[in-house]
Write a protein that binds this ligand. Structure first.
Ligand code: NIG
Ligand code: FE
Length: 418
């Protein structure tokens, strides 16, 4: 198998990178819900864009190693598209490890939140943190994510819950992202919780009439997300916020059916959300609603694992022929930055094959954040973002769950971690 972009003549090159001799190389989605894999695989990239992928002899015949500005010998290793993490709350401050212990003793997530803990404690910590502290907290997490193979990550606000702090969070996301090799995709989530002592409808008014116009004016956020959940924002409040966000040019996303199915999947379909995330309590009707509306389902097995909850029914989507995206949901309630670990949980907890899980953390995840430029694949024309794993096959990403298998990471054709 060999694919090549003939628009890029061999003589008109700037920077050529060749990654070669991989035991296995994952190219991108197959015609089903898995991925296409090449043995003895290679890809070539010019100026950060993939120009050829296929077997090593074929690729290096066209792009000789001697002409490359940089080469990566992946012999005995596996090359995957750089991981895309489409759902995180990676910008926060403070420490909620005591809530982890409280949960072990029987407290539930919803009880902790209703008592003014959980998200609301992180809000206190974020409001107190300086701008530089916020940037450096996120940067440290981006470093860890990159070391685990992630090259694109979505990061939500939602620990400000007032205009000033929400804007500060977006600014910190922008600053950390601009200075880091990982691509950071900003989402406004003012509707993450209701501030203490505030009426929910009054807070929805604040999000719609104060926060959203200011966020649009600032011009950093790309998506708008809502925690549509029992005891947080109901379906109508969620719909109002997402529709208002859409009018301000923000593409809707939604947290749906995490603890109870209260209509989040209908809202997702009605507002044209790019993704609906969590889906722990989604039934067949809800799944059908999402699929028919073209909403990408995002499942977060780390959250179920951390809460000791039942996993989402990813198999039901896959068995009906629909891809499922995976994300870490990294936040103080789910301290997981490794997409490899998420792949293991997806396989063990939801019976996703390793290839389905790889699709979930690459091209399906890119769809969940509206990246249609080939992100999450290594096809010609795609960004040359790749993770090189010191394992003999793609199957080993789910199979192994001890140490980090990632040996190097390329972003736009450049080795940014080794
Ligand atoms: O997706 N469920 C809502 N938001 C996050 C949790 C955020 C937090 O607990 O700080 C989630 O799991
Ligand atoms: Fe979340």
């Amino acid at each position: 198998m060999r694919e090549q972009d003939t628009d890029t003549p061999a003589t008109d090159r700037d920077t050529l990178t060749v990654v070669h001799s991989a035991a296995e190389l994952v190219v991108g989605p197959d015609d089903d819900v898995g991925v296409d894999v090449v043995e003895d695989g290679a890809f070539a990239a010019v100026d950060g864009t993939v120009v050829a992928v296929g077997s090593t002899p074929d690729v290096i015949a066209e792009y000789p190693l001697a002409e490359a500005d940089s080469t990566v010998d992946a012999a005995g290793q596996t090359v995957l598209p750089g991981f895309v993490d489409p759902h995180t709350h990676a910008l926060f401050a403070g420490d909620r490890s005591d809530e982890f212990v409280a949960k072990l003793r029987g407290a539930t997530y919803e009880e902790i939140l209703a008592d003014g803990g959980g998200i609301l404690r992180t809000v206190d910590a974020v409001r107190e943190a300086s701008d530089d502290e916020l940037v450096s907290n996120l940067t440290a997490h981006l470093d860890a994510m990159l070391a685990h193979g992630t090259t694109t990550v979505e990061v939500k606000t939602g620990y400000g819950l007032d205009t000033e702090t929400e804007l500060r969070m977006l600014d910190a996301i922008d600053r950390a992202g601009s200075a880091h090799p990982v691509d950071v995709v900003p989402t406004f989530m003012g509707a993450h919780a209701v501030p203490r002592g505030m009426d929910t409808d009054d807070y929805v008014d604040d999000v719609v009439t104060e926060q959203l116009p200011a966020v649009a004016e600032q011009g950093i956020a790309e998506f708008c997300d809502v925690f549509c959940e029992r005891g947080v924002f109901d379906a109508e409040q969620s719909r109002r916020i997402l529709e208002a966000g859409r009018e301000f040019g923000l593409t809707p996303k939604i947290h749906a059916d995490e603890f109870a199915a209260i209509g989040g999947t209908d809202v997702a379909a009605d507002v044209g959300a790019v993704s609906a995330d969590h889906l722990l309590h989604t039934d067949a009707t809800g799944r059908e609603t999402l699929v028919e509306a073209g909403v990408t389902p995002v499942v977060l097995p780390g959250t179920a694992f951390g809460l000791g909850a039942a996993y989402a029914d990813a198999r039901a989507f896959l068995d009906a022929g629909h891809e499922v995206a995976l994300a870490t949901d990294f936040n103080p309630n789910c301290f997981a930055r490794s997409m490899g670990f998420v792949a293991t949980l997806a396989s063990v907890g939801m019976r996703m094959t390793p290839h389905e899980a790889i699709r979930g953390i690459t091209s399906a995840a890119a769809n969940a954040i509206g990246r249609t430029d080939g992100t999450g694949t290594l096809r010609p024309g795609s960004p040359a973002d790749a993770a090189v794993l010191d394992v003999p096959s793609a199957t080993h990403l789910s199979y192994r769950f001890d140490t980090n298998p990632v040996s190097s990471v390329l972003k736009s054709g450049v080795v940014v971690h080794a």
